[in-house]
Ligand binder design. Sequence first.
Ligand code: BMA
Length: 907
Amino acid sequence: MSNIRLSSRLLTCFLLLAVGISAAATQKQTVTLTSGWEFHQLLSGPTVESANAAIRDASQWHPAVVPGSVHLDLLRNKLIPDPFYRDNEAKLQWIENADWEYRTTVQVTPALLAQKNVDLVFEGLDAFSRVYLNDQLILTADNMFREWRVNVKADLKPGANTLRVVFPSPIKAAADIASSDPWQPRTHTEPKTYLRKAAYEYGWDWGPRFVTSGVWRPARLEAWDAARISNVHIRQLDVSSTVAHLLAEVEVTATEAGSATISLDYGVTGKRSEATRTVQVQPGVNHVTLPIDIINPQLWFPAGYGAQPIYKFQVRLGMGKGVLDEAVAKTGLRSIVLRREPDQWGRSFEFVVNGIPVFGKGADVIPFDSFPTRVTAQQYRSVLQSAVDANMNMIRHWGGGYYETDEFYDLCDELGIMIWQDFMFGNDWQPGTYGWKLNVTREAEEQVRRLRNHPSIVLWCGNNETEVALAWKDRDKLNPDVRFQMWQDYVTTFSGILAATVNRLAPETPYWPSSPSSDYEELSDKYQSGDMHDWSVWHGRVPFADYEKHNPRFMTEYGFQSFPEMRTVETFTIPEDRINIFTPVMLAHQKNAAGNAIIRDYMLRDYPQPKDFASFLYASQVLQAEGIKVGAEHLRRNRPRTMGSIYWQLNDCWPVASWSSLDYYGRWKALHYYARRFYAPVLVSPHQEGGNVAVYVVSDKTTPTVATLRVRILTFEGTVLSDKSQPVTIAPLASKVYLTMPMLEITNLPNCDLGKIFAVTDLLVDHKTISTNTLFFVPKKDMQLPQPKIDSTLTAGAPPNGGPNTTGAPSYRPAQRDDRVGSNTVATESIYTLHLASPVLAPGVYVSFGNLDAKPADNYFDLLPGQPVDLTITSAASLDDLKAQMKVISLTDAFAPHSADLVSAEK
Ligand code: BMA
């Protein structure tokens, strides 16, 4: 649908109604409604009583931005402070209880009114709203995730027309709808779930509560004559490398009968083909199908498995002499199967793309901002590019947010990121009224129709954790009849309505009822079948090593929190907030009630106490990265039993302590650098098991890899106790042990003290290291680490050999808070070389440049004794400025002796 809109815009290219319409009268015209909007608070109802100065100000008309939201409009008009700064969130909760009104004037030309149909289209209204055109109520909307289309030809007049959208408080609107369900008091289903709206707006354990209102997606007028193209679906009936059998399904909505010609021009990079069909259309919805065979198609692959060619299908609708409408659909050609076969462990769960069983490597994606309309193209690209740069090939688009923009999905197609697409239902038990189910049916139909051409979407999933939620919140104490009815409603929605919608509208894409789920074959969240969320680490507070006790078939969530880096913390704090992690402002930016105490407790289990606040932030990132590394490497070693590792979570929607590996500003936390290593296409993973060090190599390559495996045992001071190399041929798409070293052999080495030595494993291809890993034999706090003196020299120009990693860590925008509302400028960057050397082991080396934007090619890595590294640094800053702000530390510095007690505050 989006592609269709884009094409229509190109076709007619009208930005404002004020602009004269010059296109042929029979051609569809599109007018975007972005200008002249104003908003104010409606001072009716209970808010009058409580009106404070800000509210009274908000009751005046102020300029507004559409698409947008009331919080952003209040911020732009300086009626509220930055919602993300310090503890401002708490002061802004009144906004959700207020009623808001938006208005604009629409200038309509006679030429537009001469068209036979004129539709007013809202791609999204958040959420409950009433739309008035020239003071006539023309629409009542009650679902943020739906598109609303109303024929307004009879309501429009030439010249100025007033368009108003009234948003009653979403809290009150939801309560009103809930009160009409006689079951609600018995099921205790939350009132908010009766209004279809992004669940995270109400606050989450990583997100603030900002329940907003607004015209949050584009709005437009569409004027058309006898017919228009209302959807194009490129069905991939059977795709192989020799031939792709496709079926182009063109939906034509007509108000008149007549002979219509659909012509299709399609192809990839230069090569074009054509197909045409003439049919008799009737008033209503017409489906026109055109079979297409493409010989030797260029297939679309997930990142790491091949290219991502995108085929374009240009569609034209002609009736009589004129072209009535045009559309463009895009897709990548691939076959997708969710393979679930009985095996010795239960039932498999693996995505097979173009015949290749692909191990899913990635993270869960949450909304990019609490206020989605300010997310820029640059942010989308930066976060998704960062995912691919960390060797990810899959994300799970989590169900507590909103369906993303077309741009987001286009980028995933382009980058080869497979998407596990949740429908937008998060955790809460959902209502079962007939009206709600109808509403959800429409929503699912619209979203599947909008998104089904994207090759990146490999699975539609009913919800996030709603199935497991049946066991939560004392639901077992409910009356059995009520509970039974709730379960019936659950199954009707998630294995009935949504499953049927996907099967009908995107039959080649698999559907899964919930995450986690076993599709009712056993209790959800178990190991034999389906996907799993493993929260034994963190919420269950077990040690990281316990990840290795679990063997899920596909892991869709596991995670551990860390703090963002100091530069990000500085954007929302003043110095007094940064005394320790338990200050009121630091706690306001920690949404998991016990979160900071959990970080502290895990920290003190494995590490000494960090010496100051900055060291705590840094050490928390290393703690998180080391912990998730245990889980991720276990899952990869466990293939083919386990076929996916999706950690919680990729990104943040504001600056906060959370499970993310990229902070709100897109800055890579330690975990993201670690992910690039533990998700490497070929991974060397040494593991202590059964009295041995078993050196695994896991390969996602489809062909064998001829390599040299090197295993060294070193003291922290750099003495080589053992050094073994052997040629290996790494099996494709497999995990195997290629070398085993008995622990006895290690402990019998002369001068061996397990608190002073470590193992280094390297995998070399053509003398180049493609994967390297370290193994320590005792926890960090028991390691007798010598104090390293890291020698660091920064010079202009690239490293002579290109450095250890050529992919930089992008950071998409500067940290100034005000910048989030505006645009970004990209400065010209230069390349520098940072030479690092240490005579003794420096674990977790962290290079930072204060307030300067600089991207080190690697960070948070173990600098080996006597093994210098040349690191590429990319930055727009000058050499002198970088030198002045550069800091290089390692874990040993973070735990240097100190007197302050930063962690004992009991929270
Ligand atoms: C999972 C997610 C989120 C949550 C995360 C951390 O259950 O689905 O709901 O943020 O855990 O608690």
